[in-house]
Ligand binder design. Structure first.
Ligand code: IPD
Ligand code: CA
Ligand code: CA
Length: 268
């Protein structure tokens, strides 16, 4: 049985505590259509409450770490610190709002620009994906490996598509989809970038690409894929995937083909 490293234990305990409130709120979300406040308000309250718990728990355990968090709150900005947590308290908000049990808490630890640990927790399936640099990627106690599928035709690929209010332009996404869709077994848009990456690490998806993401969406997932033996590349050559928020993640066998197809996709 694998021993969870101390940093991962800190993240796991914080995620489990924040998950309690989120699970309770998720149970109520379907009845909210009739409440005075709209469901979106309810979800943003749930989101902020989870973020508050994560901030408290992580700070207690590692008082010197700064935070880069998705939601704006009243805490001082500590995101410039050399050691910091990168946190999305609820990834998959639209799923949550619609009662779909596919959302997660995502926490990464970064030291001097290098990801050193990551954890993605889906409280509904109770799957906890975690990785520490040099130690490997795991789901609970089970070691994760990316898939070995080398034939594009057999591959199941995940993506995220633009939606109202998102920063990603539609036309390049359609061009990318056209470059991939006819050649693979299927394309999925499940609605949580963190879980998309965790599933690549687990070998459930063979690859995943998306643009316009925040570091909180992908920091933990990038480490998971790498520690599971996969590759992560920027959608545009030479950019940093974490900073640009545009990335391609896959197993090693299809990586070159997948990257070439996506980078070669032309609008029009
Ligand atoms: C979103 C999800 C989604 C991705 C969006 C993200 P949120 O995060 O990860 O899969 O396509 O770009 O913003 O808003 O649910 O935390
Ligand atoms: Ca997110
Ligand atoms: Ca979020």
């Amino acid at each position: 049985m694998v021993m969870r490293p101390p940093l991962v234990n800190v993240m796991a305990r914080a995620a489990e505590k924040a998950a309690r409130g989120l699970k309770k709120d998720f149970g109520e979300v379907e009845h909210l259509q009739i409440s005075r406040k709209g469901p979106a308000d309810f979800v943003s309250t749930a989101d902020l409450q989870a973020q508050k718990i994560l901030r408290e728990e992580l700070s207690k355990a590692r008082p010197d770490f700064g935070f880069l968090m998705e939601e704006k709150d009243n805490a001082p900005d500590t995101s410039g610190k050399g050691e910091r947590w990168i946190v999305d308290p609820l990834d998959g908000t639209t799923n949550f709002l619609h009662g779909l049990p596919h959302w997660a808490i995502s926490i990464a630890a970064e030291r001097e620009g290098e990801l050193i640990a990551g954890l993605i927790y889906n409280p509904i399936s109770d799957e906890m994906f975690w990785a520490e640099k040099g130690i490997g990627a795991y789901c609970s106690n089970q070691r994760l490996r990316v898939s070995a599928r080398g034939d594009f035709a057999d591959c199941l690929i995940a993506t995220g598509m633009p939606f109202k209010g998102s920063s990603k332009p539609v036309a390049p996404f359609i061009a990318e989809l056209q470059a991939i869709m006819p050649h693979v077994a299927g394309v999925r848009r499940a609605g949580s970038a963190a879980l998309d990456l965790a599933y690549v690490a687990a070998g459930r998806y063979d690859g995943y690409w998306e643009s316009g993401l925040g570091p909180w969406d992908i920091a933990a997932g990038i480490l998971l894929v790498k520690e599971a033996g996969g590759f992560v590349a920027p959608l545009i050559a030479k950019q940093d995937p974490l900073k640009s928020g545009c990335l391609i993640a896959s197993n090693t066998a299809v990586h070159d083909k997948f990257v070439a197809a996506l980078r070669g996709a032309k609008v029009g």
